[in-house]
Design a protein around this ligand. Sequence first.
Ligand code: COA
Length: 199
Amino acid sequence: MDVTSIRDGLVRRLWPSDTTGFRDHLLRLDIDSRHSRFGGAVSDEFLINYAERCFGIDDVIYGYVVDGRVRGAGELRGVGHKLPLGFGGAAEAAFSVENGWRRQGVGAELMGRIVRAARNRRADALYMSCLASNQAMLRLARKFSAQLRREPDEALAMLEPRGPTPASVFDEASEDSAGFATAMLDLQRRAFAMRPAAR
Ligand SMILES: CC(C)(COP(=O)(O)OP(=O)(O)OC[C@H]1O[C@@H](n2cnc3c(N)ncnc32)[C@H](O)[C@@H]1OP(=O)(O)O)[C@@H](O)C(=O)NCCC(=O)NCCS
């Protein structure tokens, strides 16, 4: 997989320098999307605190970036154990794409990156939970052949990622280095935009 363009944006890994962009993406989610993403109503304050904690050493986040703005994100982190990612154990994933950028394959691209990252980190199982009524997420999970368990209010999707191969590790590393260069360019662009105009 190369750094993929979808319409005017590209999918790349997000780094700590993208914290503000990721936070602003979450803040732009409307009430329904926040409810679908977090399983309940969440305030701006919650999202600001959440974004601050999202770039830990074990967290992997991919973003869909359009004109320097994060419009979608896929997040991967270990769950239910204290093992660092890369030493087995389960992982969980979550996705968010802003209205206006949906139904163009962005969610599927993000999920492809997250499944590959889980695979390369030897996760035994990858879980995704959503509201039982969330057709978009259920469809996305089915697309990746996840097993689905449906309860009255909630649905749980589970994938058993295959182990890493030299190709899957190489693909991730080469794509992330290209993505890192783009992230630095975005950072530079933001820094220039913030500079006071020369007199
Ligand atoms: C779930 C979500 C990430 C999907 O993003 P997306 O960019 O629209 O996904 P894609 O365009 O890749 O579509 C994936 C599949 O879902 C289907 N789909 C998308 N929106 C749909 C909807 N509202 N109803 C039914 N199917 C839908 C697409 O048709 C596609 O299936 P197909 O390829 O078989 O046709 C997005 O809807 C979202 O952010 N929702 C709010 C947050 C959320 O629910 N997160 C999931 C819980 S963590």
